[in-house]
Write a new protein. Structure first.
Lengths: 253, 385
């Protein structure tokens, strides 16, 4: 069985500090979503994941965009890069890096859910001929991906997975399981494209895209749920999972 | 109007690769290899499996099944099952050999080659072939062969209708959605007349209905609970009685997958067998299922990884997959009781995984098989040696 081999000290260096993982949900009604999946070179697959997580074969990254036109903290567009993996036997994406165009939201995502997030120029558009997401940092494009030729899917055909975000908690380095609930209103799949990927700017210079997998876009009510589980980064999830007690009011949401 | 249905819920007048009164027992090979993945480790797994197949033949097991998988490191190194099963056939005398199952997509197996290989295997085994069909469900395999996941149900359906023609008609021409061919004689023909019994592997709920509608056997390849298997079996029986069969012969059997570790000490059996079960589920859970990365109506399930509806606790990554009921791990008494329930549910065959990634030493696997044959088989056996 494969396991990540990343040195924990390098994981810690890049992880944000989270005093208390979020106990409140963040709701985004009618969010527009885009996810592009791409195979990457396998050679350094294991060394990009902490020992708690298990690689999949072939290794696949997802480039995800979320455009929130309405949100309690103001409109924002979020871009994330994740490396697919397993926590125990659960399907997960390991958080590599993120960008958002709203500093308030950046603060909330970093301190509540452990997003390694930078403020940048992030855009996402869905059109009848496709969808495009783009990240520019200091005027340079770090990520541009999307799809053409959309075909309608049933919303039930989509299933986006949860994310493991490394974060420095008071109890030490932990992986926060970031769960999002999606109530899909519409969904499409199209021909994926990846026009630009600056791996170093996105948080992991060893990610080398090799082969397209898929791209989908959707409209959904998205809820970032309170953090229920954190995992030690050094042992597998069967041993290192620590459930968090969520106040009853939030847990019912 | 359908034909008349007999007291066993079968169409009168149809031919059957039929159900017998005894539950049948098979062994089921994924050929999983422990890390480090050395050439000698692979060879050892193959040689151990052949030894288990020879012993199964001697002990009175009914079938040896072998999967077809590609690129699935550790989980399954069984990429050329027709060759492995040929070796099984020539090293055994009576046990049936089960292609479980051939992936029915053109990029991986052209239907003409499938028909040819199966016929040769039926000849070399003396008419002992069971023929399973499947369509693959991991991105690792589908992506590796450049298969469009949207098309695999279509190609599978086309294959199961075309293959009986290739085995029975002197010359066949075909124009289809995923394959076409001008008129040719496909050679040789199988020993079994009109052709070997056909099956489809069932992991996703609903595939049993595809099997029933076509008069094909239901080959369970994911461990199901008693309740789930009973529901599937009942649905299958209802539908197969009114099937539109893909050939002149109906296979109306239901087989379920199980795990076997039989030991006189129930506690030791549970410890070692549980280790095997957990290893299997872990490797299975680490596969990259198509649905996870390629959304499509053709793959509706995240297989065993999908959280059960309404069970928020299933997002807990520390939870292992629970051991379903009816697993044949324990002392002989426990295993007899479990299989009696399968029998009552109406399952025709139980196929056992004997090991995973060699976590159980080969001598212990062979001892488990011998104990099963001496203490468990007689409770279900009216005619075996």
């Amino acid at each position: 069985m494969l396991q990540g081999t990343a040195a924990l000290e390098t994981v810690v260096e890049a992880a944000p500090h989270v005093g208390t993982p979020s106990i409140e949900a963040l709701s985004v009604p009618r969010a527009e979503l885009l996810q592009v999946a791409w195979e990457v070179e396998a050679a350094e697959r294991d060394s990009m994941l902490p020992p708690a997580l298990h690689p999949v074969s072939p290794p696949v990254v997802t480039f995800s965009f979320l455009r929130a036109r309405e949100c309690a903290h103001g409109p924002f567009t979020l871009a994330e890069v994740r490396l697919l993996c397993r926590s125990g036997i659960r399907t997960r994406g390991y958080h590599v890096g993120a960008f958002v165009d709203n500093p308030d939201v950046a603060q909330i995502l970093a301190t509540g859910w452990g997003f390694r997030v930078a403020v940048a120029d992030v855009t996402m558009s869905r059109r009848y001929d496709g969808a495009t997401g783009r990240v520019a940092v200091d005027g340079s494009v770090a990520l541009a991906a999307g799809h053409t030729a959309p075909r309608a899917l049933s919303p039930s055909d989509l299933q986006y997975t949860s994310t493991m975000n490394p974060a420095r908690l008071d109890r030490g380095l932990r992986l926060l399981q970031v769960e999002r609930e999606f109530q899909f209103a519409s969904a499409e799949r199209g021909e994926p494209f990846l026009d630009m990927f600056d791996a170093a700017a996105c948080g992991e210079p060893r990610l080398r895209p090799t082969h397209p997998v898929s791209a989908s876009s959707a409209v959904a009510d998205v809820t970032f749920k309170p953090v229920r589980f954190v995992c030690r980064a050094d042992v597998w999830a069967f041993e290192g999972t620590e459930p968090l007690v969520i106040p009853e009011k939030q847990s019912r949401e | 109007m359908p034909d008349e249905i007999d007291e066993r819920g079968r169409l009168n007048g149809a031919n059957y690769h039929g159900r017998g009164s005894d539950v049948k027992f098979g062994i089921f090979f994924e050929l999983s290899v422990p890390r480090p993945l050395t050439r000698s480790a692979e060879q050892s797994v193959y040689h151990n499996a052949l030894e288990q197949a020879r012993l199964a033949d001697e002990l009175g097991f009914d079938t040896v099944w072998a999967v077809e998988h590609h690129f699935l490191e550790e989980y399954s190194h069984c990429s050329a099952p027709e060759l492995f099963l040929t070796a099984v056939a020539v090293q055994t005398e009576r046990i049936r050999v089960g292609h479980g199952a051939v992936v029915c997509v053109p990029q991986m197996n052209h239907p003409i080659r499938v028909a040819e290989r199966a016929a040769v295997l039926d000849i070399l085994s003396g008419g002992r072939l069971e023929f399973g069909t499947a369509r693959a469900s991991t991105w690792t395999e589908l992506g590796g062969f450049g298969v469009d996941p949207d098309t695999t149900k279509i190609s599978w359906d086309e294959y199961v209708h075309l293959l009986p023609r290739l085995w029975t008609e002197e010359r066949v021409a075909h124009r289809g959605a995923t394959v076409s061919m001008p008129e040719r004689p496909v050679l040789p023909k199988p020993v079994q007349d009109p052709h070997p019994p056909m099956w489809v592997t069932v992991t996703t709920p609903g595939t049993e209905l595809d099997a029933a509608d076509r008069g094909i056997g239901c080959l369970g390849v994911a461990a199901a609970s008693f309740q789930e298997q009973e529901r599937r079996t009942l649905e299958y029986r209802k539908r197969v009685a009114l099937c539109d069969p893909v050939s002149s012969v109906v296979n109306d059997q239901v087989a379920t997958m199980n795990f076997l570790y039989c030991h006189p000490d129930d506690g030791m059996a549970t410890a070692a067998g549980g280790q095997m079960f957990n290893a299997f589920m872990l490797l299975n859970g680490h596969l990259l299922w198509n649905r996870e990365v390629y959304p499509t109506a053709a793959y509706q399930s995240l297989a065993n990884l999908a959280p059960a509806a309404g069970r928020s606790e299933s997002e807990n990554p520390s939870e292992r997959r629970p051991v379903p009921d009816g697993i044949a791990i324990g002392d002989p008494d426990r295993i007899v009781k479990a299989i009696k329930v399968w029998e009552e549910i109406g399952v025709d065959a139980v196929n056992f995984v004997l090991n995973t990634a060699e976590v159980i030493p080969q001598e212990d696997v062979l001892s488990s098989m011998r104990l099963f044959a001496s203490e468990v088989l007689p409770a279900f056996n009216s005619g075996r040696p």
